[in-house]
Write a protein that binds this ligand. Structure first.
Ligand code: TDX
Length: 350
């Protein structure tokens, strides 16, 4: 059995398999890597559920008029035969594929167990068999939540304490990766990031839901009091951190990614209303999400000490302005999904 080798990884030209690469963070990763690491060969595997959109990859897919630099394979990470063949043909796997929406996990938990737990297990077995490098993408939600006035933030040493079916399956996946590192010596790293925002995020999520509501002349919908705090990071900052971990991180380690962007939901809605020229009180309070986590907050000192990564979007407001512009300019990308998503919210009463 191979032992885990701790040390800095220097990667030359390499073949990268991106799971979930047609989803929000994964597609932005592909476009960002295309721009900043032009010598990488990129393949996407994506099950193309409602949360994926092939138009997010238009600049790199020949069938959509792009440069044809990326191959998109439609299939599930829980499909062992498909995953085995793809992993064998690549050097590195960056594992974004996951069911990720808390509200859906409360409504219907099984797809979360299948994609997040069984999918990660399937990938780990292929990584182990072929001796490839894995970077596993996860979330700060695995740590549970913090009180609003707690001076502490999450660190790599915080015990996992998930609240929802979604975060429980992500915690389960993270623990599988750690066990495969310890027991089988696979070459892997893990990152847990705070809430992402930016272009190409599904309209079911908080920020794009409110932006597209306002664009449609509908008031933003705030769950409960709106005092819940999230630690916002622009998706490009997240993906730059993933690339930094791939190139400079230590094998076997977990890194927390965050950009010191703590804001409560009311602050974000008021910022969007101001950017979009609406009165500050032009929103509705709706029923709260069951078990709604109060606050997430990330201490990313380890990542900053061990890599040269620094966030480029220090200012959440500037990032939101750019995001509003993107949704205003890309109605075709979101309009159909918006109808579906609001139908689900109407059924849930939120
Ligand atoms: O309409 C809404 N109104 C509202 O007040 C929606 C959709 C959400 N909210 C609140 C709930 C949360 O406090 O906004 C906050 C953010 O909600 P989501 O966008 O659903 O994100 P969250 O539940 O915080 O989880 C997100 O961050 C961690 C991602 O969806 C996860 O995939 C990630 O792991």
């Amino acid at each position: 059995m191979a032992a885990t080798v701790a040390g800095f990884v220097i990667l030359g030209p390499m073949r990268v398999l991106v799971t979930g690469g047609a989803g929000f963070i994964g597609s932005n990763f592909v476009l960002r890597a295309r721009e900043t690491r032009p010598d990488w060969t990129l393949t996407v595997i994506d099950s193309m559920t409602y949360a994926a959109n092939r138009h997010s990859l238009a600049p790199v897919l020949s069938e959509l008029g792009g440069d044809g630099s990326v191959r998109l394979v439609e299939g599930s990470v829980a499909d062992a035969a498909l995953v085995d063949g793809l992993v064998a043909d690549h050097d590195v796997v960056v594992h974004f594929a996951a069911e990720s929406h808390n509200d859906n996990s409360l409504d219907s938990p099984w797809p979360f167990v299948e994609s997040n737990v069984v999918g990660t297990f399937t990938l780990l077995e292929a990584i182990r068999k072929h001796g490839k490098r894995l970077h596993h993408i996860s979330t700060d939600e695995v740590y549970g939540d913090l009180e609003l006035d707690d001076p502490e933030r999450f660190t790599e040493r915080t015990p996992v304490n998930p609240s929802s079916p979604y975060s429980a399956t992500k915690a389960g996946a993270d623990l599988l990766v750690r066990a495969w590192i310890r027991s089988f010596g696979i070459d892997a790293t893990v990152s847990n990031c705070s809430n992402n925002y930016g272009p190409r995020q599904h309209v079911e999520k908080f920020i794009p839901r409110q932006i597209t509501n306002i664009l449609d002349g509908v008031k933003p919908k705030v769950y409960g009091s709106g005092l819940n705090v999230r630690d916002w990071i622009h998706v490009d900052d997240h993906n730059d951190a993933v690339i930094a971990i791939l190139e400079q991180g230590r094998l076997g380690e977990t890194y927390l990614i965050g950009a010191d962007g703590e804001r409560n939901n009311l602050d974000i809605v008021r910022m969007l209303l101001e950017i979009m020229g609406k009165p500050a009180d032009w929103f509705d309070h709706v029923d709260d999400r069951p078990g709604h986590d109060l606050r997430y907050a990330i201490d990313s000192s380890k990542l900053r000490a061990e890599t040269d990564w620094r966030p480029r979007y220090g200012d959440v407001r500037a990032g939101l302005e750019a995001t509003v512009e993107w949704y205003a300019a890309n109605r075709d990308w979101w309009e159909a999904a918006k109808v579906e998503s609001e139908r689900t919210y109407a059924r849930l009463g939120r």
